[in-house]
Design a protein. Structure first.
Length: 278
């Protein structure tokens, strides 16, 4: 069982579930879609011996609120992230972001005044084009997908999520990722956040990547079928002084395909950054 997030914050009518644990400099881990903080939890616990880790679910995801009238687009998520950093009193935390968490962290930095001690981007949404064929199909027909029978819905989501892994998912990991998107609340919530995804949220900030002056590291699975490794190289070229590490035999779900390699790489990177700021 995934540990429960023990704290809550309110923002513009939304409820944000989050947690904080460990000891050391502040480190924030951002999830993407269709995931939640549960995907980061084992790695967060490993890093908590060296850092004070902040972990949360974006609105529309995990244990946070999923009200149908609340926008959950990437612009909203970036505004919220900048707000949370202020609420938590974090002026320059280390940030590690995955998938949609990438553009959330980048927009917070470039549009909303957030600053970081370091930024690590792991298989992130940051450059157009993005979105699988299934994602695009859902985006254009979200209302229809929200009404399909639960068994059909679950099968589609299992196949969709399974395609994010290169090595294949264990049954318990697949259930951890799929279960939050089932039921009367989860099913429409999944398709709602897909419908609100839009490449304009990356297009708006891509021209600003050259202004990022924080130490930035890019980590990418070589077998990412959702976001090609070519995007890692493009992002590396756009962000000055960034570094790049490729993880072999890992897909988009790098946390599950290569947990030991990813944990070791994050530990190495973060320890170097911590030493540079003390």
């Amino acid at each position: 069982m995934t540990p429960t997030l023990t704290r809550q914050s309110a923002w513009n009518g939304r409820t944000v579930a989050w947690d904080c644990f460990g000891d050391g400099p502040p480190l924030v881990l951002l999830h993407g879609t269709p995931w939640s903080s549960a995907l980061w939890r084992p790695i967060a616990e490993a890093l908590s011996s060296r850092f004070t880790v902040y972990l949360g679910d974006m609105p529309g995801y995990g244990a946070s609120s999923k009200h149908p009238d609340h926008a959950v687009d990437l612009g909203v998520q970036a505004e919220l992230f900048a707000h949370l950093l202020g609420e938590w009193g974090l002026e320059r935390p280390h940030v590690v972001a995955h998938d949609f968490g990438g553009v959330v962290s980048l927009r917070a930095r470039l549009l909303h005044g957030a600053r970081y001690a370091s930024l690590c981007l792991v298989d992130v949404v940051a450059l157009s084009p993005w979105g699988s064929p299934f994602f695009t199909l859902v985006k254009e027909n979200a209302d229809v997908f929200a009404q399909v029978p639960p068994s059909v819905h679950r099968g589609a989501v299992e196949a969709y999520i399974g395609g994010a892994s290169y090595r294949g998912l264990r049954d318990d990991d697949l259930a951890m990722l799929v279960d939050p998107w089932t039921g009367d609340e989860g099913q429409p919530a999944l398709y709602r956040q897909m419908a609100q995804a839009d490449e304009r949220f990356t297009d708006e900030v891509e021209p600003l990547y050259g202004s990022i002056d924080e130490p930035t590291h890019i980590v990418w699975g070589t077998e990412d079928a959702w976001l090609s490794v070519d995007q890692a190289h493009r992002l590396h070229e756009l962000i000055p002084h960034s570094t790049l590490t490729l993880v072999k035999d890992a897909g988009h779900l790098i946390q599950l395909d290569a947990p030991a390699q990813l944990t070791a790489e994050l530990t190495r990177w973060l320890e170097v950054q911590r030493a540079a700021t003390t």
